[in-house]
Write a protein that binds this ligand. Structure first.
Ligand SMILES: Cc1cc2nc3c(=O)[nH]c(=O)nc-3n(C[C@H](O)[C@H](O)[C@H](O)COP(=O)(O)O)c2cc1C
Length: 184
């Protein structure tokens, strides 16, 4: 069985982010044969073609290009995905033929307000269609950031939510391997 590398990208830059906490929880609940890195997109400037390709963008492009699958954790801002994640995807999308993303397996999860990012996840799915990311449809992981499921540092402390992330990682590994399998 091939080893897989997942890269997580959080749409929230704040230190105690629940969404980054969800990614740490994913990384702590990986199936066998999978490793996971969490991308640091805090130094990424807003996309501007005049800048060329700043070092932070080049580093993200290298990291995502080397990944077998992406784990996108995103808060909901005004019913849509947070701009930090959209900006990261925008930088990644300017490579020829969408190379870092094209055909790559990915999944979404999120921590937000009362509806747990359900509205923003739909918008994010729409963006991912253009990027030709191969999104896992299920399980869906929506969580409320304003409950004791997270501690003050944004770490997941709820066993049920941790179990959902473990199931998501398990399914993402299966989906990634299925996409990489040679056609019969
Ligand atoms: C600008 C802004 C807009 C927001 N809009 C929504 C929203 O439309 N729906 C929602 O559920 N939560 C909304 N929230 C709350 C965020 O989803 C919540 O703060 C989120 O948990 C932050 O994630 P983090 O802990 O990863 O930073 C908004 C927060 C901000 C800062």
């Amino acid at each position: 069985m091939d080893n897989l590398t997942f890269v997580g990208i959080s749409g929230s830059l704040r230190r105690a982010s629940r969404n980054t906490g969800l990614l740490r929880c994913c990384a702590a609940n990986l199936p066998q044969g999978v490793r996971m890195e969490i991308a640091d997109i805090s130094a990424l400037p807003l996309y501007n073609e005049d800048m060329g390709k700043p070092e932070a963008a080049q580093a993200l492009i290298r990291q995502v290009s080397a990944a077998d699958a992406l784990v996108l954790a995103c808060p909901e801002y005004n019913y849509s995905l947070a701009p930090a994640l959209k900006n990261a995807l925008d930088w990644l999308s300017r490579e020829p033929n969408l190379a870092p993303l094209n055909g790559k397996a990915a999944c979404i999860l999120g921590a937000g307000g009362g509806m747990g990012t359900s509205r923003s996840q739909l918008h994010l799915r729409q963006v991912c269609v253009y990027l030709n990311l191969r999104l896992l449809n299920k399980p869906e992981v929506f969580s409320n950031a304003f409950t004791p499921a997270f501690d003050d540092a944004g770490t997941v402390v709820d066993a049920a939510l941790a179990g959902q992330t473990a199931e998501l990682m398990q399914e993402l590994a299966l989906w990634t391997r299925r996409l990489r399998a040679p056609a019969a």
